[in-house]
Design a protein around this ligand. Structure first.
Ligand code: EPZ
Length: 416
């Protein structure tokens, strides 16, 4: 197990290149199951979760290689299973369910276990598939799914679900007839997936709105695609400039994917200038305490909640941070308090009283974005912080210590 050691107090200055989005690359890789042959992706980040998806697909018979471009050949898929050992390390493995059923009419996928941030069931995925004519059995922790044919259906989600929307959109591309997804997720990653599916020959309209219409076709053809920039990595570095009173230029990003994040950070005292594919950020006042509620895109994303809380820990007043997507996404609170933050939980709201300074300590990462918030707090804290269990961080942030060191941070990785 590695740990990250950070000596805080440095104002970060310089340029950061933003990597491709993990949460865009994973559904694209799953979509390769819909069409036999070689799919090519550019700008795929080098992350633990990407490697996990590679192993999952290669266990089924796919051949992949991550060079300058990511080549994925699904000509010879022989098994249709996502085993517990892999699904328990990465919930996004359930994204193979829709494509396997659409193309091969069968799948055996482990139910994802619980996760640090909440129960995260997949009942909405399964209910939608049943509406499309899929027979679903739950047996020994596995979803056993089969169908003679998939047929179009009108599916209305009780709750906005990102991978639920992606799974059913993929399943519908090869179904008989038209599928309509209502109360669909509008995330940029959903839009990017729809663009790739249409490039492969699918007929999808409305991606990016709450209603997506998919007219099933007979078959799809492999193609190529460039993964969109990671909007959460972008937001994390914007917050890093704010919390260290630095000045950063972020390149290769999509400012239009971060309106709610930029708006809240500007209210918190950051000056942010957007270019076509760049963002320049510096702090122009003390950190101002701002309230935030997480909601589905285009509102403030839950994946930025922990990072925003780290910034608010040094705010000039009181910030109310309400987590409305996941029921247990405050694991970072106790760790931030070890660094000197003053935070009290009241149900789904964290009351963050800004303090004048944080001080370094030993802390433990619990989930991907919680670990990012500990990195941010450590960068601002006086003295040295050691962040343990940083394999969580490696799942979503490409070479984070190299990127941070390049902009002045005193950070290094140690084996424990
Ligand atoms: C995606 O997870 C992201 N992961 C998450 O990012 C992100 O936090 C989340 O969307 C919300 O934006 C990927 O895209 C790979 P949901 P997902 O289905 O799809 C409930 C990260 O840090 N729900 O949108 O699993 C669920 O419990 C990860 O990169 C059901 O009840 O999330 C949650 O409360 C963390 N039944 C809410 O809906 C279902 O069938 C939103 O979940 C599905 C979801």
């Amino acid at each position: 197990m590695d740990k990250l050691v950070i000596e805080g107090g440095v104002s970060l200055k310089g340029q950061v290149s933003i990597s491709g989005a993990k949460n865009a690359a994973l559904p694209l890789m799953a979509a390769s199951l819909l069409a036999s042959g070689k799919h090519t992706f550019a700008n795929v980040p080098r992350l633990r979760d990407i490697r996990t998806m590679q192993v999952l697909l290669s266990n089924m018979g796919a051949v992949s290689e991550q060079g300058d471009r990511f080549e994925l050949d699904t000509s010879d898929i022989r098994t249709f299973e996502a085993p517990y050992e892999l699904v328990k390390t990465m919930r996004a493995s359930v994204l193979v369910l829709g494509p396997l059923l659409a193309r091969y009419r069968k799948a055996r996928v482990s139910l994802p276990g619980g996760c640090a941030i909440g129960a995260r069931p997949i009942n909405l995925h399964l209910r939608g598939l049943q509406q499309m004519g899929v027979d679903i059995e739950l047996d020994h922790g596995y979803v056993i799914a089969s169908a003679s044919r998939l047929r179009g259906a009108v599916i209305s989600f009780d709750q906005v679900t990102v991978t639920g929307t992606e799974n059913l959109m993929m399943a519908a591309t090869l179904a008989d007839g038209v599928t309509v997804l209502q109360n669909a997720a509008q995330e940029p990653e959903v839009v990017a997936l729809a663009e790739y599916l249409n490039k492969m020959g699918a007929r999808i309209e409305g991606a990016g709105t709450t209603e997506i219409k998919i007219d099933g076709v007979r078959e799809l053809t492999p193609s190529d695609f460039t993964v969109i920039p990671d909007r959460i990595e972008t937001g994390t570095y914007l917050a890093a400039a704010g919390i260290t009173n630095g000045h950063l230029k972020l390149r290769g990003c999509r400012p239009d994917h971060l309106d709610a994040v930029i708006q809240h950070l500007a209210q918190a005292g950051l000056a942010i200038e957007a270019g076509q594919d760049s963002l320049e950020v510096r702090r122009v006042s003390k950190i101002r305490s701002v309230d935030v509620k997480t909601r589905p895109y285009p509102a403030f994303p839950t994946d930025m909640q922990a990072q925003f809380m780290a910034l608010m820990a040094l705010g000039d007043g009181v910030s109310l941070i309400t987590e409305q997507i996941f029921e247990n996404r405050f694991m970072h609170v106790l760790e931030l308090k070890r660094l000197g933050a003053e935070i009290e939980l009241e149900g789904r709201t964290a009351v963050v009283r800004g303090v004048r300074r944080l001080s370094g300590a030993q802390v433990m990462a619990t989930d991907l974005r919680a670990s990012a918030s500990l990195v941010l707090a450590a960068l601002a804290a006086e003295g040295v912080t050691e962040i343990h269990r940083i394999y969580h961080l490696d799942r979503g942030y490409e070479t984070i210590e190299k990127k941070l060191a390049a902009i002045g941070a005193k950070v290094w990785r140690e084996k424990t």
